[in-house]
Design a protein around this ligand. Structure first.
Ligand code: GDP
Length: 439
């Protein structure tokens, strides 16, 4: 018998509706008590008057989920009530006779403990709730899909099989030779190869949950701020023909190819004696080093950049874009002198902006996780898989059966830490620390 918990499942604040969920052994009792009626048929919405101490609290839509066919796997009641603070407080107060307020993530935690979803699916769910853009939503959904956990599950089973075999060898030491040279060594290698290949080719989901950064870089006055304002379709930066106006780094949020991008307008790169401007330039250099993408801006009323910049273009591996701005004031025929690959735009007239957006779209799409690409959702997962591989390598190198079994046990623990099959309470604490209440 588990204790019973309740929480507001919808966001706090005035809204037309609010949903309060109750889960646990007394959930059904709370539903019957507040409605003063028997339980409705499972999964069927019924309209009921909620009362406590003879006082009417609200007219609500009520649902009953009989165990185990509920979100948590326990008996679960849902009250869809009116979303005012007074109603929510009254209903929650009435529920305290049957349940206690839930901890953050406690509903999902119970779902994991009752086998309703895997830990990695629970993490996907957490991501889905906080997702900002379409690309992130796709990523979160891919984690929720059972297929994405299938590989983890299969590896885990292979590993358990290997461990069982190693333990058996310990019990029957005469077969030790088989352990070190036979089928088992092959299976061990194959498992490690598979996990290592996965680690090498998968994309870090964590990386894609945070917005990408794109630094707009270049000499003062080439039109960086004007371009940022154009791309953001709103004034973010102050524009002036005084060189060195942008001393701090300003930013605009864009949605490119379904991913959130922070476009950073930086101070113009030049040598200067002005301390404030110098600090700005230093910060710009930092953005240059730290950003995912770089947009190098040049001005068409100045001579084309040196061959060094052109060489950089060739080495940039597709994360740098080279832009020549102010083509509206370029001397006739002068653009022909610019190296190939420069995107010609005018922040002033808007010419070339479409091509620029398309180029940005292309680099992000190329780097973004595609549907079907393996995604390692969390750094936690990558660390656990890396540790698993290390122990597998050590097991292979082990000189005797005892050491081999020891390493396999450690590999199994590392793998289990990811899927939540060992240290479940500790892993759950770690994962659900970031959940919101009511989930
Ligand atoms: P930043 O210092 O690189 O950020 O450049 P700004 O965006 O502040 O622009 C510097 C000056 O160039 C301003 O006077 C802008 O109006 C002007 N400017 C920016 N883009 C263009 C353009 O495409 N065409 C023309 N003719 N002027 C531009």
């Amino acid at each position: 018998m588990t204790d019973t918990i309740f929480a507001l499942a919808t966001a706090a604040g005035a809204a037309p509706l609010a949903v309060v969920r109750v889960s646990g052994s007394r959930a059904g009792e709370s539903l019957m008590a507040l409605t003063d009626r028997p339980l409705p048929p499972p999964r069927q919405a019924v309209r009921r008057t909620l009362r406590a101490d003879g006082e009417v609290l609200d007219q609500a839509l009520c649902l009953w989920f009989a165990p185990p066919a509920s979100y948590t796997g326990e008996g679960l009641a849902e009250f869809h009530i009116h979303g005012s603070q007074a109603v929510i407080e009254a209903v929650c107060a009435a529920l305290t006779s049957y349940a206690r307020a839930a901890e953050p993530g406690e509903f999902t935690r119970r779902a994991v403990l009752n086998g309703k979803m895997t830990l990695t699916q629970a993490e996907g769910l957490a991501d889905l709730i906080t997702t900002e853009s379409a690309g992130q939503r796709r990523l979160a959904l891919s984690q929720l899909h059972p297929a994405s956990t299938a590989a983890y599950q299969a590896w885990s089973e292979t590993l358990t099989g290997l461990l069982a075999q190693a333990e058996a060898v310990l019990d029957f030491p005469d077969d030790e030779v088989v352990l070190l040279t036979g089928v088992m060594a092959d299976r061990l290698d194959r498992l490690r190869d598979q996990i290592e290949a996965f680690l090498a080719h998968s994309i870090d989901g964590e990386r894609w949950r945070a917005p990408l950064t794109a630094a707009v870089l270049g000499a003062p006055n080439v039109g960086k701020s004007s371009l940022v304002n154009r791309l953001a379709a709103r004034p973010v930066a102050i524009i002036s023909d005084q060189p060195g106006t942008t001393r701090d780094s300003l930013e605009a949020r864009l949605d490119i190819a379904g991913y959130p991008v922070r476009l950073i307008d930086t101070a113009g790169l030049r040598d200067t004696d002005q301390p404030i401007e110098r600090a700005g330039v230093a910060r710009a250099r930092q953005w240059q080093a730290d950003s995912d993408l770089r947009l190098w801006v040049y001005s068409a009323d100045q001579p084309p950049p040196s061959s060094a910049a052109t060489a950089r273009l060739k080495q940039s591996q597709g994360t740098d874009l080279f832009i020549v701005n102010k083509i509206d004031i370029a001397a006739a025929g002068s653009l022909a002198a610019w190296p190939e690959g420069f995107i010609e735009v005018s922040a002033y007239t808007g010419a070339g902006l479409k091509e620029l957006t398309r180029a940005l779209d292309r680099i992000i799409t190329r780097a973004a996780p595609l549907a079907g690409t393996a995604v390692i959702a969390r750094a936690r997962h990558r660390a656990a898989l890396t540790r698993t591989c290390e122990h597998l390598a050590a097991a292979k190198a082990a000189v005797d059966a005892v050491l081999c079994a020891e390493e396999l046990r450690a590999a199994n623990r590392a793998m289990g830490h990811m899927t939540g099959q060992v240290d479940i309470e500790a892993v759950l604490d770690e994962v659900f620390a970031s959940f919101c209440i009511g989930k």
